[in-house]
Design a protein around this ligand. Structure first.
Ligand SMILES: [Zn+2]
Length: 194
């Protein structure tokens, strides 16, 4: 027993996993997952992506008669990670598909991102010097720094496509976001929807 068991679906008496999964699938009409940078300057990316693709974001939280949050009208799930690199969003893509089902995955990289301010070698070397820790084998080397946005978007969208946890029939997009103007430029469009 834990203090928070009452908030755990699977800890409830009579929990039925298939029934629960069906209920979850109806709780959010999810359509698209967007992966973007946690840089506070680009916090408007989800709204910009929602306008670009016709998605609903942030939508409204749906409550039942007891006031409990039971769903949302949003169609966009956001994954905010360093530089918006896809490697950090792969598990979230798989979970979004499993719980709600998705049709599109959008990777966004933005101008003057912090990840363009260092090289992967400098990153590893300096971290080692400052923290006495070797992180050289910790991260996918192609996902650490950004040296070319066309290359980083091609790399990340290909990584998402190749991942076994990505549903086969999703469309994958790679977009460049201008941090100063909010303008989006589509760089990669990989369509699969029948
Ligand atoms: Zn950034």
């Amino acid at each position: 027993m834990s203090r928070f068991d009452e908030y755990v679906f699977s800890a409830q008496p009579g929990f039925d996993e298939p029934v629960m999964r069906e209920a979850f699938a109806k709780a959010v009409p999810l359509n698209t997952v967007v992966i973007y940078c946690y840089d506070p300057r680009v916090r408007d990316i989800p709204e910009a992506i929602a306008r670009h693709f016709g998605e609903v974001y942030p939508g409204e939280v749906i409550r039942d008669q007891d006031g409990r949050s039971v769903g949302s009208t949003t169609t966009l799930a956001t994954v905010s990670v360093a530089a918006g690199r896809a490697v950090d969003g792969l598990r979230s893509i798989t979970v979004a598909e499993y719980l709600f089902g998705i049709r599109n995955i959008v990777v966004v990289h933005h101008s003057n991102c912090g990840a363009t301010s260092f090289s992967k070698d400098g990153f590893v070397r300096n971290f080692n010097h400052e923290h006495s820790a070797d992180i050289s084998a910790c991260y996918d080397h192609g996902s650490v720094a950004i040296v070319d946005y066309e290359q980083s978007l091609a790399y990340d969208t290909a990584m998402v496509r190749a991942h076994p946890g990505t549903p086969e029939n999703v469309n994958i997009f790679g977009l460049f976001y201008n941090t100063d103007t909010g303008e989006l430029t589509e760089v990669v469009r990989d369509l699969r929807t029948a």
